[in-house]
Ligand binder design. Structure first.
Ligand SMILES: [Zn+2]
Length: 251
């Protein structure tokens, strides 16, 4: 293979790897934000479910006070019933007592409902609290992994930069200038594989004569359409001795 072509392919590999590392580094703040948002949502859910349970208990205590008030009225009416002089007064007190008993019944029904709700709310709050604990642990771990990855990516970029400097020093300046020009115009990808007569990046069919030249990998040739420098990867020659002995060869 043409030595410059080989170096340009290697240079493209370094540039692509550096671009990936830079992209991942650039994505890290977003990933961190997403983790924080996930944790905040879990916190909110735990707080909300806890609040619902507290509201339920608060409502129950308020109703229990109302029950006590009605029971106080009922016992006052019972005392009064002992002391009534007329039938009319007696019926009036009976009416009040029936009303208070009705109220107590309604309030106690409501308490029962609240107690049933409380069981469900307690379970929901427990689940939310447990998943908050789990999320906290996993998110902490993911954040630590992000920090490690960040360091790793920075180190990788440094190494790639050093390798690039060494490689670039060995490339013919004209070839390097061509590479940089195409790279700038083609979003950082200046080199493309030609396969089955096609430029694998822009997918345009190459002239057969051009493709035949590229197959030899002895010249720096560009795709007519995207201008990328083209190279060819020879297909591995099938191992005849092995496939002859294998099954399913004859149909
Ligand atoms: Zn092309």
């Amino acid at each position: 293979m043409n030595a410059d072509l080989e170096r340009l392919i290697a240079l493209q590999k370094l540039d692509t790897a550096a671009r990936d590392a830079e992209q991942r580094l650039a994505d890290e703040p977003e990933r961190l934000k997403a983790l924080d948002a996930q944790l905040e949502a879990a916190r909110q859910l735990a707080a909300t479910t806890k609040q619902h349970l507290a509201d339920n208990q608060h409502a129950r205590r308020a109703i229990e006070k109302d029950v006590a008030v009605q029971q106080g009225r009922l016992s006052k009416f019972r005392d009064q019933a002992m002391a009534v002089k007329t039938n009319q007064e007696y019926h009036a007190i009976q009416h009040e007592m029936a009303f208070a008993q009705g109220e107590i019944k309604n309030l106690e029904d409501r308490i029962l409902e609240l107690m049933v709700d409380a069981d469900e709310l307690t379970a929901v709050a427990k689940r939310a609290e447990a998943s908050l604990t789990t999320d906290q642990k996993s998110i902490d771990a993911e954040k630590r992994a992000l920090v490690v990855e960040q360091e790793e990516l920075k180190g990788r970029l440094e190494r790639l930069g050093a390798e690039r400097a060494t490689l670039v020093a060995a490339i013919d300046p004209h070839m390097l200038a061509l590479f940089e020009l195409v790279s700038r115009r083609r979003h950082g990808v200046a080199v493309a594989e030609a396969r089955d007569g096609i430029c694998t990046i822009c997918h345009v069919r190459l002239r057969p004569q051009v493709f035949n030249t590229i197959r030899r990998n002895e010249e720096i040739l560009q795709c007519d359409t995207c201008q990328r420098i083209l190279y060819f990867v020879p297909q591995p020659v099938p191992d005849v001795t092995q496939s002859a002995g294998s099954e399913n060869v004859h149909h």
